[in-house]
Design a protein. Structure first.
Length: 263
């Protein structure tokens, strides 16, 4: 892990007032750093940002590879809400990522939110979000870490779901610090408006730019894979799907794929 004081001072000016920023040229994972800091009692709000991750972590145990000039960041904070009230967070963070891509120059018509927390540009995955929490008493979240990776200038070519970068879409290099500045501010604004006990406003806004509603898709959960038509995002964050066998299912975890294998 390499910590650079002058880079740290420079990055500290980018986030909203009152938010600390720790910048590392290289670390294993900014989420791991943030979770460790949370476990040691750091209050936050604090951003952990890295130029490169050697052990980036993705959802469902996947690894998150490092590419030069992408953003690797994790936000540690203590929202003091029940674990059951965190359901809206993935949608708030996805909307903040969407805001960021649009602020960087992407056409809003091309930027869609894919359940549960991906943002697509031109139908391709351009980010990753990994939210981790600790529960002190099993009821209240002691701290929350929001990990956000943005494909600014690099992206995997061998992803199970096709990927892209902002740079690829706009045909110009993206400045990582500028992108972080936008992201940290839009997330701050969105979190300040968050009402954990009622996320219907957030799910309604997310639904307006949702990808795949009304279309038949392949859905994978931890235990099963099935085809179904995506009906809507429910006001509690669940995804209602109409299965090919005529039944309906509300999903709270899983992944959606655009292609349905023949047969
Ligand atoms: C996904 O699988 O789509 C989520 C990927 C999340 C990656 C980000 S990069 C910054 C933070 N640190 C990590 O190790 N993971 C998250």
């Amino acid at each position: 892990m390499s910590f650079n004081r002058s880079a740290h001072n420079e990055w500290a000016t980018l986030a909203p007032f009152g938010t600390d920023v720790r910048y590392f040229e290289k670390c294993d994972s900014t989420n791991t750093l943030a979770v460790d800091a949370g476990n040691k009692g750091e209050k936050g709000p604090t951003w952990f940002v890295a130029g490169q991750q050697t052990a980036g972590r993705g959802r469902r145990g996947n690894t998150w590879k490092s590419y030069d000039q992408n953003l690797y960041s994790s936000y540690l904070f203590r929202p003091n809400v029940a674990l059951s009230e965190l359901a809206g967070l993935p949608f708030i963070v996805s909307l903040a990522v969407r805001d960021t891509f649009i602020a960087l120059g992407c056409d809003s018509k091309d930027v869609h939110c894919k359940w549960p927390n991906d943002v697509l540009i031109d139908e391709k995955k351009a980010n990753g979000i990994l939210i981790e929490t600790s529960a002190a008493s099993g009821q209240l979240s002691e701290f929350v870490v929001i990990g956000i990776g943005l494909n600014l200038n690099g992206y995997p070519k061998d992803n199970e779901y096709p990927a892209t970068s902002v740079s690829q879409q706009l045909s110009s290099k993206i400045d990582v610090a500028s992108a972080f500045k936008v992201l940290s501010h839009v997330l701050d604004i969105r979190l300040s408006k968050w009402t954990p006990s009622d996320i219907s406003m957030v799910t309604a806004e997310w639904s307006k730019s949702a990808w795949g509603i009304g279309t038949r898709r392949l859905i994978k959960t931890t235990n099963e894979s099935f085809n179904g038509t995506i009906v809507r995002l429910e006001s509690d964050g669940g995804l209602l799907v109409h299965l090919d066998n005529g039944t309906e299912k509300c999903l709270y975890a899983g992944d959606i794929f655009s292609t349905i294998p023949a047969g």
